[in-house]
Write a protein that binds this ligand. Structure first.
Ligand code: TXA
Ligand code: MG
Length: 334
């Protein structure tokens, strides 16, 4: 197969540009799009050829299904079979960083769902992406806009650095406000919802709305049933090239005399430290700031050529579960 390099352009969200990018999508093209979680690589979810192009551009295996983004509930009903649990979660958290897995309808081609009878659906909250979805008038399939396996993009510049020459257009909607991929919950059985991926909407928040426990579907596992339940949840994912070493706690003595070719990434700013190989994610260690900056900082440290990156795990529940999930994947070696 020949791969032609194309010119990649970054567009601001003017009405004219949005109209133009909507036409690109309607004709089966790809567009890098901003969302509040991470940037996505979008195509018409009803167009199998366009969706196959997503997999090619990312180098993503066909076995890893895509998330379909919708503008309104009517679009959900056109592609999936909702139930009471889905309606309750949608009322509480949409538009927002939550993805629901439901039985799919036949308008969604098998390419999108890796042949599964279910489809993952999200109504995103980013105002520019919502405008684009409305103008397109159709659901858009979009995984994160990074080469498969690498850290997800949280700015248009990240998308450009990973997919330049492979896609024609990126819509710049500024830095992603949340910075971690959406929470994914399987609600096909409304009485036994399962958390497939932790995110900014916590398990507790889901349980409060559903009034029942939300169990975890453990990722990775080799057996076939598990692969069907949580496809694409590879242990190693979101990974920088530089080895990542995790620590429950990092003390001053660890980094103060550390080798200068090893980076130390802390959750919060330590007192009186000005060493080039020591940095932090949030001045106060506030988890929302940590999540927002995590992927960008991992990319910077990866590019800086350190021998390894020592990272401190987040503490507490809620967002810490999602942050540590991404850190564990970034550190996994196989
Ligand atoms: O925040 C997000 O979710 C971002 C933005 C762009 O919306 N999207 C995203 O997609 O992170 P990504 O590249 O992580 O891929 C979607 C993942 C798959 O790897 C798989 O784990 C899960 O969603 N998924 C998709 N369809 C599924 C299905 N039918 N059943 C179970 N899991 C599914
Ligand atoms: Mg991804």
């Amino acid at each position: 197969m020949t791969t032609t390099r194309i010119t990649t352009r970054v567009f601001r969200g003017t009405p004219r540009n949005l109209a133009r990018l909507a036409r690109v999508l309607q004709r089966g093209g790809l567009v890098g799009v901003p969302t509040e979680t991470v940037y996505g690589l979008a195509a018409d979810a009803g167009n199998a050829r366009a969706c196959r192009a997503i997999f090619r551009a990312k180098g993503r295996p066909a076995s890893d299904p895509l998330i379909v983004h919708i503008h309104d509930w009517g679009q959900l009903e056109s592609i999936a079979e909702p139930n009471a649990a889905a309606a309750m979660l949608a009322a509480a958290f949409w538009p927002g960083p939550l993805t629901l897995v439901l039985p799919k309808k036949s308008v969604i081609p098998p390419e999108v769902t890796a042949g599964l009878p279910s489809v993952a659906i999200r109504m995103p909250g980013h105002p520019l992406f919502r405008k684009l979805l409305k103008r397109c008038g159709r659901p858009l399939a979009a995984p994160s806009a990074n080469p498969f396996g690498y850290v997800s993009p949280t700015t248009a510049a990240h998308v450009l650095s990973g997919l330049r020459g492979k896609i024609g257009a990126i819509l710049d909607g500024g830095p992603a406000q949340i910075g971690l991929e959406s929470t994914i919950v399987d609600v096909r059985d409304p009485a036994r919802p399962r958390l497939l991926r932790p995110g900014a909407i916590s398990r507790k928040q889901l349980e409060r709305v559903l009034r029942c426990p939300v169990l975890t579907a453990a990722p990775g596992g080799g057996d076939r049933q598990r692969a069907q339940l949580a496809p694409g949840m590879l242990k190693r994912h979101y990974s920088p090239r530089t080895p990542v070493i995790l620590h429950e706690r990092i003390a001053r003595t660890d980094f103060a005399h550390g080798a200068p070719d090893e980076a130390w990434l802390l959750m919060r700013q330590p007192r009186q430290v000005a060493l080039p190989h020591v940095s932090w994610l949030d001045p106060q260690g506030e988890l929302r700031g940590v999540a927002r900056r995590l992927f960008g900082r991992l990319r910077e440290l990866d590019a800086a050529g350190y021998r390894c990156i020592h990272v401190e795990l987040a503490r507490g529940g809620g967002l810490a579960e999602a942050i540590n999930d991404r850190l564990r994947r970034a550190a996994a070696r196989a």
